[in-house]
Design a protein around this ligand. Structure first.
Ligand SMILES: Nc1ncnc2c1ncn2[C@@H]1O[C@H](COP(=O)(O)OP(=O)(O)OP(=O)(O)O)[C@@H](O)[C@H]1O
Length: 251
């Protein structure tokens, strides 16, 4: 099967700091891929190269390429707004807009020109259902999103990301600020979403990677050390550094 995203010899610098070294990886469609590794090894930086979020940081320089369905994301013909519609992102800390639950989810579709009320109602309901939060909020759609719990806010942010019908959902430690029950809801959700979407997640939590991902990539000091099927990487890692990390010898 063709990968949906493929990085080829990707290098990234923050000013003089060479943060990613020759990263090459092919991310399979409709699977969950997890990035693990110690703090500061470049996981989030690499995740952000997948929808060009690093473009917003002035000192960044990138070489190499990232192909999305075979087309280089960094090519001059690619519109970053279009790209971020195809490849959505959910961050570590839930960041709902200070507006109603309904308007949070309708925000993206409205930006893309959808004005029809019936259509918007349908998108809002479907997105909230997909993010497994509809039942909790259906009677308070006009209330502020800021009144939701942390776990609910994070699922709302997932609904907001899904509302523009992306193909890929990037999750940057999206459960690290949540309690175990909310975390497990979001893990279940990620597992359900993969039938329709491709999920790529950064996690600090190796158990989480082992529990829910199909593929795992281990990063160290800006290098992709090992990438493979999650079961295999955790049971028979090919690289000594991966073994040392997953057995808790450092990190
Ligand atoms: N906006 C930025 N400007 C300058 N340097 C940055 C920026 N973001 C990250 N870095 C640097 O890039 C390197 C990789 O950081 P990154 O956040 O990608 O690692 P990480 O593996 O996701 O870490 P963590 O698990 O702690 O979030 C670090 O040296 C970090 O200091």
């Amino acid at each position: 099967m063709e990968p949906i995203l493929e990085a080829k010899k990707l290098n990234l610098w923050y000013g003089p700091n060479h943060a990613l070294h020759d990263v090459s990886i092919a991310i399979p469609e409709h699977e969950i891929t997890a990035f693990i590794g110690p703090s500061g090894c470049g996981k989030s930086t690499f995740l952000r190269t997948l929808n060009r979020m690093n473009d917003l940081i002035p000192s960044v320089k990138i070489t190499g390429e990232v192909d999305f369905h075979g087309q280089d994301l960094y090519g001059s013909s690619v519109d970053p707004t279009w790209l971020r519609k195809q490849i959505g992102m959910v961050f570590q800390k839930a960041n709902p807009f200070p507006m109603s639950i309904y308007d949070n989810v309708a925000y993206g579709p409205r930006t893309h020109g959808i004005r029809n009320r019936v259509k918007l109602d349908e998108i809002v309901e479907n997105s909230l259902r997909s993010a497994a939060i509809w039942d909790e909020v259906k009677d308070r759609l006009k209330k502020s999103a800021l009144g939701l719990s942390g776990g609910q806010q994070q699922r709302l942010c997932i609904a907001r990301a899904l509302a523009v019908e992306p193909e890929v959902l990037l999750m940057d430690e999206s459960t690290s600020a949540l309690d175990p029950i909310s975390t497990s809801k979001i893990e279940d959700l990620a597992a359900e979403l993969k039938s329709q979407y491709t999920v790529v997640m950064v996690t600090h939590n190796m158990q989480q990677a082992a529990r829910i991902s199909d593929n795992t990539a281990f990063f160290l000091l800006g290098e992709l050390v090992e990438f493979g099927k999650t079961e295999q990487l955790f049971s028979t890692p090919a690289d000594k550094r991966t073994e040392d990390y997953i057995t808790g010898r450092f990190g």
